[in-house]
Each structure stands twice: as C-alpha cells, then as structure tokens.
Design a protein around this ligand. Structure first.
Ligand code: GCV
Length: 662
C-alpha cells in the first residue's frame, strides 16, 4: 500500500529571501547519520523553497552567507544541538551525529513554520534519555489494538524491509524518538523465533536503516523461549542451565544484529509466561536476562503491568489498581543496572482518566520508564479524535513527593530525581500500513506530539498541536484555528461522554470500543464500577482496598478523603451516593447528565467547524476525516444515551433540566 509523508511532506511554500537563499550544505565530519541529516536538509529545502542546495564536500572558503554548516562539537549532552545564524550562515553544532540530525530537523521545522532566519539561536538537549515507540505488531501482519491497518514490519511471518521503513525512521528521528520495539509484547508463535537465525538477516537490515537515523531496534521477548523453542524444559531464572542458554543465545543475537538495543518483556501478565511459574521473582527473571545482554550494552525493559486477571467480581478486597505496586515496590533496589521497569501512566490500563501510577515516587533505586498509549484503545480507537498530549502533560507534571523538589513524574523518568541515566518514556504506537499511517489523520498529532514531548516535556500541548498542524497542512489560518480547536477540546469531549469521574471500563469487553456500562462488571478482569440504586464507585480509601494509601503524603490523604479528592477521580477512589455534591457544586448524577449532553454538543461544534474546512485541506485527508467525524457524532450520542439511561434507571433521579433520557 502507498504511504504519505505526514509532517515531512515538504509542500512548497512562500518563504523569505533569506530562506530562499540557502544554496549549500556542508558537514565538517563524515558519518552515516550526518549524511542523512545533510540529504534530509537538501530534500526539504529543494521542495519547500523550490531551490536545491548543493551538498559540498570541501569547506566553503569565505562566502558563508546562505550555507548550512554541520559541525560536531562537545558541550551539550547526547542528542543535544545548537542551531544559530552567524553572518548569514546557519550553523548546527552538536556533540554527536544524533544531535546533528535533530538539529537538522529543527532547522527544517523552522523553515516549515516560516520563522525568522536572522538571529536564529536555538539550543536544546533531550530531557529523557530513552524516547521509544512500542509496536504491538504480530508477525502475521495483524496489530493488537491497531486501528490503522496492518503492520508495515511484518506480513505472513516474514519481516518487511522496504522504503516505508526509511520514511518511518525519518518520521521518528524528526521528533527525537531514538528507540523502537517492533513486535507485540504478547510474544507468541513465530515471534518467539525472532531470536533465531530464521530472522537475523532481515533484523540486521532493519536495524541498519534505523541506525542511520539514530534509532535503536528493540524486540519483545518471550520469557519462556528456551522451552518454546524446544531447547530446554525449564525457564527457571535461577537454573544454571537456563542462564547459560540465555548467555549463549544473546551472544548469537547481538553478533548477528549488532545495532540491537535490547528487549522489552511482558512476564506473568495476562497469560504470558514468567518467573512466577518457578516460584521466582520479577527481579530474578529480569536480572537473568540483563546479565546475558550486559556484555553487548543491551537493556532489559521489564513491564510492571502485572495483575490477577482471574479475579472474582464478588471479591471487594482484591484491587487490580494495587497490583503493580504490590508486585514491584518491595523489589526496589534489587534490579541490575541495565534493567528498566516500564510503568503504565495509570494503575489500570490507559483509561480516559486514571490517577498516576503509585509506583512513580515509590521506586527510588530502580531505573524506570513511563509507558503511555497513543494507540487509542480506550479513547476512541482512532475513529474518535482524542489528542492525548494534554493528558500526558498532566501525568508528567504530577508531584510524587518522593523528594522535596524535582519530584514530578517527568523528573523521575528523565533521571533528575534519582540521578538515573537509563530512563525515559515509551508510547504504544498508533501506526499501521494505512496510507496516512494513523487511520484518523488527526491521530498523527499524538504520534508527533509524543516524540516532541519526550524530547522536550516543557513544550505546551497547544504549541505541539499547532506545530503539527502547520507542518502537515500548511499555514492557512482557518485550518490552523479549527484543527487547534478540535484537538485541544478532544480529550475533554471524549471524557465527558465516556465513563464518568474516573471510573472507566464501561466498554464492550475485548474490543474496548463503544459503550457497555456493565460490560466489565461481572467479569474476571478486576475492572468494576459497583453501581447500585444508591451510588457508584470503588472504595479505594483506607476503609476499602487501601489503594489511596500507596501514594506519598499529601497525595495519600488527598485521595483518601472524598472532600479533598479531585472531582474527576472521585469514583475511582470512592463509592459515592448519586446525590453527593461534587466540589463543582453539582450532584454526581447531575454531573453525569450534564457532561454527557455537553460532550455531545462539543462534538457537534467540532464537526460543524471541521465541515467549514472543505476545500482548504487536501481532498483525500478531508474525506477521511469527515467520515470519521460523522461516525464520532453518532457514536458520541450512543455513549450519551446509554450512560444517561443506565444511571437514570438505576438511580430513579430525573435530570434537573428535563432533557430526553431513555
Ligand atoms: C498487549 C491491555 C490490552 C492488551 C495489551 C495489554 C498490555 O490489556 O487490552 O491488548 O496486550 O494491555 O499492555 O500488555
């Protein structure tokens, strides 16, 4: 299938005389990444300004006006760059090749945004060391929770290496992403064989393309590989035989695929194998693998998404939200230095609203990474628009109180709080082989925004959205204003017509799409709302599951008390009567009715404004989005009516405003 270039389409635009005057690009040092930085600049300038600058092999003698100079120079941290104008030349200085590439993309961004050339002076360093995508692509070509077509990495149990991978690598590098895991964390069947010679050659080719853009290839690993590959009858992490097997295997893998960064592991989770089978801990499992990859500089990224998925809904004490903390807190400080624990943003599973995961701030002596999901599994599956960067900003700015200062989630995963260097942020990817990469064209703003945010978390959600709009669709003012309005209101709108006040999970089981209030209520997954005729919510206070107490003070007390618990999370932490007055002054039930009516009205407004863009956007993109907006309009009504009717029927309390409820 063909593919578009997203924000790297480099459409021709009106530019100032100075920008148009760029005629030469010179890189002082040579190298595979520098070479790509220079050719990317050449292509971008040629297409945008209409004049192709020459790539110069010799340093220009004096006339530097109109030149771009790339120069390796120490002083900034890895991946950092300084881009400035000097006597008419544009200079990019960076300590390494990756920094030069990021500087080149910064320069292209400045050109696309039409910013001033003269006096340009931008100096940036990546805040998070690891900025990764996690693909949940299966080797048969399907994608778990994929909403934009099939995989472009795999088909029919083969690895695809083609032009699309090059564009993929360029897109990643252009926003600062420096690592990618290409296969699903649920490693089964052929994927278990990725660490065998069946796939080495293709993996090596793929990793080389990525390395050209400063990106490390990672793989998800099957913890039980020694058994499932038929070589051993145990995967016990303390068995000498098993340990020796992994050492040998890793030697082979890293010799054949030298650019490999390491492995991501989902163990003892949702039916996947792990060390629990042998009565061992997650630290035993992770450390065994870490020891095996250590000689090659490899990393083991171990997920904390571990919980009992065979729960009894009648059991009010077991709390899935506690499980990550309960499984990993006591292991703090016992992991090897090349292990990173990867923690989802919330304790449940990427709901539209969750509190921040309590492991952040609890682990002090363990490398850790934040995992978010830009694949919109629970947030509209790339059929509804839901720009998630405002949510990620809230997560990153959450104070954990693990220290007196510098204690936010951002501080922790950027290594500031506990002085760590192996940390960062990963996003479950939202790409597939659809022509536009992300199904909904506006979902690409999450792809773009995630990378930019991991590199520069101080960037504002609105600023990133605006950049993405201009880079993708050009400078038209109406396009910018309307798309910005839509993106910036989209998460709020989705939350309004979704499950109320932080409770989550009112979706059709398995698919996780569309309303089903009791869909997960009498199930085994630990995901309940506990609604009856009097009230709704899960008691996670000290009288309930005790979950609120897992946070440090003052967060623990704040969440424990319904009076101080933020409204938007009230039902996550407390079981409340429908007539309880929120801090907003509304009752719980009236809040449910109001937000569901207003959420739909907001969608209507978004769609109305969008329709005004006909003729101003590329036709194909307009039509693709229009179709999705019409669906969202209908589907948000379905959400509104099912949720409102359910709670009206349960509570018997009428809407104060007398609107139609079924
Ligand atoms: C890859 C949720 C999803 C699963 C996913 C899992 C995980 O449960 O629904 O599809 O599996 O999270 O993060 O491992």
């Amino acid at each position: 299938m063909g593919f578009e270039q997203a924000w790297l389409s480099y459409e021709k635009r009106e530019v100032s005389v100075q920008w148009a005057g760029i005629h030469m690009i010179y890189a002082e040092q040579k190298g595979r990444i520098i070479e790509h930085a220079a050719t990317e600049l050449q292509t971008a300038f040629a297409k945008i300004t209409g004049k192709e600058p020459v790539l110069c092999l010799e340093r220009p003698e004096k006339e530097l006006n109109g030149c771009i100079l790339l120069k390796q120079k120490n002083g900034l941290k890895e991946g950092g760059y300084h881009l400035f104008e000097r006597e008419g030349a544009l200079v990019i200085e960076a300590p390494d090749e990756g920094g030069l590439l990021y500087g080149a993309f910064e320069l292209i961004k400045q050109l696309q945004l039409g910013n001033a050339y003269e006096g340009m002076d931008i100096c940036k360093e990546p805040v998070m060391p690891l900025r990764m995508l996690n693909h949940w692509d299966n080797m048969d070509g399907s994608i778990e929770r994929g909403y934009s077509g099939n995989s472009f990495f795999f088909d029919n149990d083969e690895i695809l290496v083609d032009e699309r991978i090059v564009t993929y690598a360029r897109l990643l590098a252009s926003v600062g992403i420096n690592g990618t895991v290409i296969n699903n964390v649920n490693v089964k069947d052929a994927a278990t064989w990725l660490i065998t010679d069946r796939y080495f050659e293709k993996l090596r080719q793929l990793s080389e393309i990525l390395a050209d853009y400063g990106i490390k290839l990672f793989l998800s690993l099957n913890y039980a590989a020694p058994v499932e590959l038929g070589e051993l009858d145990s995967a016990d992490p303390l068995s000498e035989e098993v340990r020796a097997w992994w050492k040998e295997r890793m030697k082979l893998v890293f010799t054949q695929v030298p650019n490999l960064g390491g492995f991501l592991i989902k163990a003892d989770s949702e039916g996947r194998p792990g060390p629990f089978t042998y009565g061992r801990t997650h630290a035993d499992g992770a450390n065994m693998l870490a020891e095996a990859v250590e000689p090659y500089g490899g990393l083991i990224i171990w997920r904390c998404f571990v919980y009992n998925c065979k729960q009894d809904w009648r059991d009010y004490k077991t709390d899935r939200a506690r499980s990550g903390y309960d499984n990993f807190k006591e292991l703090d400080g016992t992991f090897r230095d090349n292990v990173i624990l990867q923690i989802k943003n919330g304790p449940m599973d990427f709901q539209v609203r969750e509190p921040v995961h309590p492991l952040f701030g609890a682990l002090e002596a363990t490398n850790q990474m934040l995992e978010v999901q830009i694949a919109q599994e629970y947030t509209g599956q790339q059929r509804h628009v839901c720009y998630l960067i405002p949510m990620f900003k809230e997560v990153l700015s959450f104070r954990t109180y693990a220290a007196e200062t510098d204690d936010t989630v951002e501080d922790i995963v950027s290594g500031k709080t506990f002085k760590q260097t192996k940390c960062g942020m990963a996003a479950v990817a939202n790409t597939g082989n659809d022509e536009n990469w992300t199904g909904h064209d506006l979902a690409a703003a999450n792809f773009y925004g995630f990378g930019r945010l991991a590199f520069e978390p101080s960037a504002q959600a609105e600023e990133l959205a605006e950049e993405w709009i201009i880079r993708t669709f050009g400078e038209d003012k109406a396009v910018r204003e309307v798309l910005l309005f839509i993106l910036m209101n989209s998460w709020r709108a989705y939350e309004m017509y979704n499950a109320p006040l932080g409770i989550g999970w009112m979706v059709n089981p398995s698919y996780h799409y569309g309303p089903s209030v009791d869909g997960y209520e009498y199930d085994r997954w630990g995901t309940y709302h506990r609604a009856d005729h009097v009230g709704i919510g899960v008691d996670r206070s000290h009288q309930g599951t005790g979950y609120a107490g897992l946070y440090r003070e003052p967060n623990a007390s704040m969440y424990d008390n319904p009076e101080s618990c933020p409204d938007e999370l009230l039902l996550f932490f407390h079981h409340m009567p429908y007539d309880h007055r929120l801090r907003s002054g509304k009752t719980v039930i009236q809040h449910i009715y109001d937000t569901h009516f207003e959420g739909v009205e907001l969608v209507d407004e978004m769609v109305k404004r969008f329709e005004g863009l006909e003729g101003k956007l590329p036709d194909k993109a307009y039509q693709r989005m229009l179709e999705r907006f019409h669906h969202q309009k209908e589907h948000s009504r379905e959400w509104r009516d099912q949720i409102n009717s359910y709670f009206y029927r349960k509570s018997g309390i009428a809407d104060e405003k007398g609107r139609k409820i079924f």
